[in-house]
Ligand binder design. Structure first.
Ligand SMILES: [Zn+2]
Length: 453
């Protein structure tokens, strides 16, 4: 008989679903057994006293491109999940594309699971993909444990993950609704982007302005309008990934008011940077849809304030540094993707605290919200009895500067380099085990497959 390990973790600042207070978190094995008063230390339990450091449910980053197998030179399970642990992220949900094969069939999903096995420091779950003609694969993938599905409405950047049209979605969305699953959408349609391309031929390829104008807000606005319509027609839950165009917020606000099952995420970079400040040739700031003007950023913050945006996730999408074309600074040809998994928590805490949000808001946006989207809300994203003991101890008042030697991502290029951030992670627990406390421990293979299990 193995003995269940019991810990009692206490602090003056425990972030609970009903507020921040002094409390003790009682852990038995992989689960939180109960939440107690601060001075309630059960006999025989190992006490970890975190003083007045913040104790939160680990962030759930529901938008991570791990790229393994197939493009492991871009990132990989080992490096991505180490970066997650150091960054206070206890679960990542892997995107179905950029790996080869993409997660678009049951057989491909099995290949991914095999690739991830034994390499992961934090828990990993998976999104499947919707591509033309794979409706028959959706049920088996849900059965095997994908959290839901992602699709593109425009070229995805990689040829093995083709985008879908409205006709394709009219086949796939009723099936996703029948499975009570969710469709994540990269919401840009080609029309306005093709029209912009025709106008931009002689422009400076090193200027951020050229790239920005090549991905106009209309592409997002029209895509979101279509997805709301399809959501209404098919009753399929729809989630808009990485919202950038604040012009679409009114449409989303109305859809929510109408009671449609639509949720929205944005990313730290859209809430941090402004197009006006991005230097010529600084292609490590390129992503799609693009970071837009300061005025747009401020209206995204308004949508955070009124709940139109439900959550914040990294969209960590790195590549090899050479694909960023830093030598030529060609914005139009460089790979689009921001490397950010490790810094989501401190970046967002730094931004949230300067706008007078609190630790509960951070947790709602970065742990509870994404856990619920990923159908992991019954075991992740909250500190409460019966939940997985995925816990992060950190100092919200301590600052650090992002330096290359701190970065656990496979490649160190990130737009956050040199930035001064609030929020230093002290320890990360995955299902009751401390996997990181300045050094890595016991990293032999967290892997989560079935959200409904
Ligand atoms: Zn992405």
């Amino acid at each position: 008989m193995t003995q269940t390990i019991r810990h009692c973790l206490r602090s003056q600042r425990v972030v609970l679903p009903d507020g921040v207070r002094a409390a003790s978190v009682h852990i038995e094995g992989e689960k939180i057994a109960r939440i107690g008063e601060w001075d309630d230390v059960a006999e025989g339990a190992e006490l970890v006293d975190a003083g007045d450091l913040a104790v939160i449910p680990g962030n759930v980053d529901a938008h991570v491109h791990v790229n393994e197998p197939g493009r492991t030179e871009w990132e990989g399970y080992e490096t991505a999940t180490r970066a997650a642990a150091v960054g206070g992220v206890t679960t990542i949900v892997d995107m179905p594309l950029n790996s080869i094969p993409p997660t678009t069939t049951l057989a491909n999903f099995e290949e991914k699971l095999e690739a991830a096995e034994g390499q992961c420091t934090v828990d990993v779950a998976f999104w499947g993909g919707v591509v033309p003609g794979n409706t028959g694969e959706l049920a088996p993938m849900v059965e095997r444990g994908v959290c839901g599905f992602k699709c593109f409405l425009i070229h995805s950047g990689v040829d093995e993950f083709p985008h879908v049209t409205e006709d394709d979605l009219r086949l796939a969305m009723p099936e996703i609704a029948r499975l009570d699953s969710v469709l994540l959408v990269h919401a840009e349609v080609p029309g306005p982007i093709d029209a912009a391309a025709a106008m931009l031929q002689c422009n400076d390829i090193r200027a951020y302005e050229t790239f920005l104008r090549s991905r106009p807000r209309e592409a997002e606005n029209e895509a979101i309008e279509m997805m709301i319509r399809l959501c209404r027609d098919t009753h399929c839950r729809v989630h808009i990934v990485h919202l950038s165009s604040a012009d679409a917020c009114d449409l989303l606000r109305d859809a929510k008011r109408e009671g449609l099952p639509v949720t929205v995420e944005t990313c730290p970079h859209y809430l941090t940077f402004a197009a006006e400040d991005i230097a010529d040739g600084a292609t490590h700031f390129k992503c799609c849809p693009p970071m837009r003007e300061r005025e747009n950023r401020e209206r995204l913050w308004d949508a955070i304030a009124d709940g139109t945006i439900d959550m914040i996730v990294s969209d960590h999408s790195p590549c090899t540094p050479s694909l960023k074309l830093r030598d030529t600074g060609d914005f139009m040809a460089a790979w689009g993707g921001i490397s950010a998994l490790q810094f989501g928590l401190p970046v967002m805490w730094t931004r949230l605290r300067e706008r007078s949000y609190n630790l509960g808001d951070l947790t709602a946006l970065m742990a509870t919200g994404p856990a619920k989207l990923s159908e992991l809300g019954h075991k992740k994203g909250r500190l409460a009895a019966g939940m997985d003991a995925d816990i992060v101890i950190w100092d919200p008042d301590d600052k650090f500067t992002v330096r290359r030697d701190l970065i656990e991502h496979r490649h160190k290029l990130t737009p956050y380099e040199g930035m001064l951030l609030y929020g230093k992670i002290h320890a990360t627990y995955i299902r009751g085990r401390c996997v990181y406390d300045g050094a890595f421990h016991d990293v032999s293979g967290a892997l989560l497959v079935a959200p409904r299990g």
